[in-house]
Every structure is written in C-alpha cells, then in structure tokens.
Design a protein around this ligand. Structure first.
Ligand SMILES: C[S@@+](CC[C@H](N)C(=O)[O-])C[C@H]1O[C@@H](n2cnc3c(N)ncnc32)[C@H](O)[C@@H]1O
Length: 299
C-alpha cells in the first residue's frame, strides 16, 4: 500500500498558524487573500496526514488561533503573519533592484514565497530545499492544486546537515555565479551550530559576490511560558524536530562577520511587532524569531 507523504510537523504548524492569523479580524488588513487561498488548499491536504492536523483543521479559526498561542505563547501566531509579510516585502524590494537572478530557500517547508516571487519576477529562478518528507508532500499537493507546475521553481530534497554543494549538484537550474537571495526562515534553529556555520561558509562561495541572506534566529530554546516550553519541547522531540541552535540578536553581527558577511538590517521580534501593531503592542521581546539580512561584500 502506498504511504501518504506527510510534511514536517513544524512546517505544518507554521502554515496552519499563519492561516489562523490571516483569518484573525485584527490582522485581516495585512493578509493577502490570494496567498490565503493557496495556503488553505494546502492545509486541506496537510490536514489528512496527521491526527493532530486533522483535529486542529476541523476547528474554527479563532479556536485554532487560541490553541496555537496556548501551546506556544501569546503573540506567536501573529508573529507568523508579521514575519512572513516582512520577509516577503524585503525579498520583493531586493528583487526590484533587478540584480538578483536566483532565490534559494533553505528549509522551505510549506512556504509559498518562491511561487509568489516567481510569478512577479519573471527573470528569476527559485530553488527550494527541504528534507524528502516535506518535499514529496509539497510536490504532490501542488501538482493536484495547480494547473501547471511552475517551471522556474525547483523543489530539491536534501538534508541540510550535509554539504549544500552536494545537494545543489542535483539541481537542473542552480547557477553558482548568479547573484543570489538565500532565505532561511524559521530553519536554522532546527540544525546544529556546526551545520549553520558550514551553510554560511558554503553560501558565500556558492553564489556571486554581493549576494544576500535573509534568515531568522531564536534567542534561546525557552521562548514560551513554562507550560508552553514543556509541551513544545516534548512535542518537538516526538516529531524529531527539537530546537537546536540559538543566538541572541545582539550576537548575530559578530557571528556572521567571522564568515565574511556584514549585517544590512536587523528586526528583533519586539521591533517587528511594534512595526505592525504600533501602540497596541504590549509585549516583551525574546518570544519568537528575530529577522536578519546580511550580505557578502561586492569586492
Ligand atoms: C518551522 S519549518 C519552516 C518552514 C518555512 N521556512 C516557513 O517559514 O514556513 C522548518 C523547516 O525546516 C526543515 N528542516 C529541518 N531540518 C532540516 C534539515 N536538516 N534539512 C533540510 N530541511 C530541514 C523542516 O522540514 C521544515 O520544513
């Protein structure tokens, strides 16, 4: 009997949380109806792959939102919408300049950013890398959802704890000389520090000078309430996706400098939330990921 491929648990959680946040009345104004439509179709398919996803998917969005925050922390679900909106804006602004010809998304999960970007920027090529469990599910789901598969987006299977160059050697469109936008959103915290460092070193030599990396970090493994931390730790262990690498945002500049990058922009998570909800923001920081944009020197 054919086994049904299932996406990585954390990829599903982010997608379902993102949908629940987009459906929340407070965040409707920053939701993109087109994106929401695509994600909802993907969520229907993902809901059939796990008991927990089936149960959550059957609930009204407001309840999904509350449960999502209960098992993580207050603000985490809206964080998905702010993080994704900001990364999409930053990526679009970089591509507008017309120099970047390749986008490579590491640990892409169920994210649809590369499809969105490739629709708007016709001269770019996108490559998504994730483990086979997520990729097989995503490709099969997209084949059923879309009339035509996007030919400028390539989905590659690979465990990124292994050398990036070997994974990219399986790509039909990867260009090591292209100015590249690398995106690692909600990903580095799941792999060991030595893999993160190796990936930064490899990205540097695997793309043209002046390439850019957008990435996120968590400041510590405990970014929830005490109860949320226990639930999260146990569940992530069960799903074989425990948090692994952490780095406070004030240490990021120094860390990447040692690998030849300089910081272009940093948006710690509290600043991100202030940016999107202004005066209504009543939070501490360190409850979700910080966003960073780094470049390699042009010369
Ligand atoms: C929290 S999800 C984030 C997905 C997506 N980037 C987003 O923001 O919606 C983390 C993703 O990293 C992927 N991942 C974790 N460890 C990996 C590894 N060693 N190699 C490749 N992908 C990995 C998971 O499969 C999952 O899709």
């Amino acid at each position: 009997m054919k086994t049904i491929p299932k996406p990585n648990f954390t990829a599903w959680f982010v997608m379902q949380g993102f949908i629940a946040a987009m459906r929340h009345p407070d965040y409707r104004s920053i939701s993109d109806p087109e994106m929401l439509g695509i994600y909802e179709k993907l969520a229907v398919k993902a809901s059939k792959t796990r008991l927990v996803s089936r149960m959550i998917h059957a609930l009204p969005y407001r309840l999904q939102y509350c449960i999502g925050e209960l098992v993580t922390n207050r603000g985490r679900l809206r964080h998905f919408i702010f993080r994704k909106t900001e990364i999409r804006k930053q990526a679009a602004a970089l591509l507008e300049q017309g120099k970047i010809k390749q986008v490579i998304v590491l640990g892409a999960g169920l994210d649809m950013l590369s499809l969105w970007l490739s629709e708007r920027y016709k001269d770019i090529r996108c490559i998504e890398i994730d483990t086979s469990e997520s990729q097989v599910f995503k490709i099969e789901a997209l084949q059923q959802m879309l009339e035509v598969m996007p030919d400028r987006v390539e989905f590659i299977e690979g465990d990124l704890r292994n050398p990036l160059k070997a994974i990219l050697s399986g790509s039909r469109q990867y260009d090591p000389l292209a100015k590249t936008l690398w995106i690692a959103e909600g990903f580095f915290m799941f792999i060991p520090e030595e893999s993160v460092t190796r990936i930064f070193q490899e990205m540097h030599s695997a793309s043209a000078k002046g390439s850019t990396v957008i990435f996120t970090t968590i400041p510590s493994k405990k970014i929830t309430s005490a109860m949320g931390h226990v639930i999260q730790t146990l569940y992530l262990q069960k799903e074989k996706s425990p948090f692994n690498w952490v780095l406070p945002h004030e240490k990021v500049a120094e860390y990447i400098k040692s690998m030849g990058y300089y910081l272009v922009l940093q948006l710690p998570c509290d600043l991100l939330h202030k940016r999107y909800i202004g005066g209504k923001y009543k939070g501490n920081h360190n409850f979700a990921e910080d966003i960073h944009i780094a470049n390699t020197p042009v010369l």
